[in-house]
Write a protein that binds this ligand. Structure first.
Ligand SMILES: [Zn+2]
Length: 130
């Protein structure tokens, strides 16, 4: 009787998921293992398995970053845009240089994001550190 009841209501309720199925069915019928029976029935329903796609996102595996052996061996370079508030404001970006080993961060204001400006700024900074 119970499997027939589950099959009938599951089809009648357009093959809803286990939680919604239980929320609807608990007001209409009762037996001790109703919740687990519903959960097992929906999990084993072949029609639902074939018709409902798995929409859970695939999570990438965690990876640790590669840490270089020497300081300043690997630099991460990026730009952050500064919102311009006045016409006299010369700089529109911040050049961010991050050392992969020490995580030392240098922030340098720049006018643009061209490779020429980035290299020139990086070169000037390297001269300062000598
Ligand atoms: Zn189903």
């Amino acid at each position: 009787m119970q499997p027939l009841t589950l099959a009938r209501y599951h089809a009648e309720l357009m093959r809803v998921g286990a939680e919604k199925f239980w929320l609807t069915l608990r007001d209409r019928v009762y037996w001790r293992s109703l919740y687990t029976d519903i959960r097992d029935y929906v999990a084993q329903c072949t029609v639902c398995r074939q018709g409902k796609a798995d929409t859970h996102p695939l999570r990438p595996t965690l990876q640790s970053r590669q840490i270089p052996d020497e300081i300043f061996h690997t630099l991460h370079v990026d730009h952050i845009k500064i919102p311009k508030r006045t016409k006299s404001q010369k700089f529109g970006y911040i050049l961010v240089l991050l050392d992969a080993l020490s995580l030392n961060c240098e922030l340098v204001p720049t006018v643009g994001t061209t490779a020429q400006e980035t290299c020139a700024t990086h070169w000037i900074m390297s001269l300062r550190n000598i």
